[in-house]
Design a protein around this ligand. Structure first.
Ligand SMILES: [Zn+2]
Ligand SMILES: [Zn+2]
Length: 319
């Protein structure tokens, strides 16, 4: 765990000093590109099977983005470097949170209805926890858009004009805390879930998230039937368009958007970001600090219009 945090911090320092060491822009780009590729491997450290699978998916999607890009973009662009920076900061914070949560859990007495203490089969616990956590993520994600205070953290995730596999972990540390870490820990403790039961969803969530943020035009014209169940790049890309971020909140299972009336499909989305240029152009560090210091008088109403007013909907046939 400590090694992981040290690796993240080293990568942050590398990103910061590369422009200072190499004056030649071409050399800067090559070295930065290599560092970004290396950063993608860090969440898999210490390279156990689960981490290696995520690594394989991460690189596989990055290669697909080169072969079948939705939009052309520079791998070493400012936006992509910012995404890598935010990934490193939020992952460091997550590792720290796990260390603290693991220590605290030791002092908590299991609840009488604890599923693991009552010997509920692991597969049943795995299904229950996947449904509970996925609904929790949908609900909390919606709140991040609804409540102005929470939006100040979540807009960091939306403040990129380039969706790429690196953008999946581009989150403010307190966005990670409010949406994932704290409620996940509370649900697991409340239900008394066996840690083995968490493995399927712990594999599914990051990999589907990498996939749904990919710069890949899929599904293009017709949604295959399974794309109504699992998040896909064009499903999530609609959520990232500047004039519509009040739909498509689901992370893994799309059923939540269908059930609560927030499911939308549109023509291939090509423009991403938020209508706050001031915020978009801030440095990565300033974006992390923004909710606490340096908040401008932003008018967020323009970024949270009703989706029904703005999305160019088209009918799609299942097939
Ligand atoms: Zn969002
Ligand atoms: Zn996203």
């Amino acid at each position: 765990m400590i090694l992981k945090i040290l690796l993240y911090l080293t990568a942050i320092i590398l990103l910061l000093i590369i422009p200072k060491i190499f004056s030649n822009v071409r050399t800067q780009r090559i070295i930065t590109g290599l560092v970004l590729i290396g950063i993608m491997a860090l969440p898999a450290v210490p390279f156990k099977p689960q981490g290696l699978f995520t690594l394989f998916v991460f690189y596989g999607i990055a290669i697909l983005e080169k072969i079948l890009p939705r939009t052309r973009y520079q791998w070493t662009s400012d936006d992509n470097i910012k995404s890598a920076f935010h990934l490193l900061v939020s992952k460091s914070f997550t590792v720290g949170f796990f260390l603290v949560a693991a220590s605290l859990t030791k002092f908590i007495t299991p609840v009488p209805w604890s599923l693991s203490q009552n010997h509920v089969p692991i597969w049943q616990q795995a299904i229950l926890v996947a449904v509970a956590l996925d609904f929790k993520t949908y609900f909390c994600h919606r709140l991040m858009h609804k409540v102005d205070f929470l939006w100040q953290f979540h807009k960091l995730h939306h403040a990129t004009e380039e969706l790429s596999v690196l953008a999946s972990s581009r989150v403010h540390v307190l966005d990670a805390f409010f949406v994932h870490l704290l409620p996940t820990w509370a649900i697991l403790t409340f239900l008394g879930i066996d840690s083995f039961a968490l493995i399927p969803y712990a594999i599914l969530l990051p990999n589907i998230s990498h996939w749904s943020h990919a710069n890949i035009d899929y599904p293009k014209d017709k949604f295959p039937i399974w794309a109504y169940f699992i998040s896909t790049p064009n499903f999530h890309a609609v959520h990232h368009t500047p004039d519509n971020n009040l739909s498509n909140f689901s992370s893994v299972f799309v059923i939540w958007d269908v059930l609560f009336g927030t499911f939308q499909v549109s023509k291939t989305p090509l423009k991403f970001g938020i209508d706050e240029k001031n915020y978009m152009t801030k440095t990565a560090l300033a974006q992390q600090c923004y909710p606490f210091i340096g908040q401008d008088k932003d008018n967020r109403s323009s970024t949270n219009k009703s989706p029904s007013n703005n999305v160019d909907f088209i009918e799609r046939n299942t097939g």
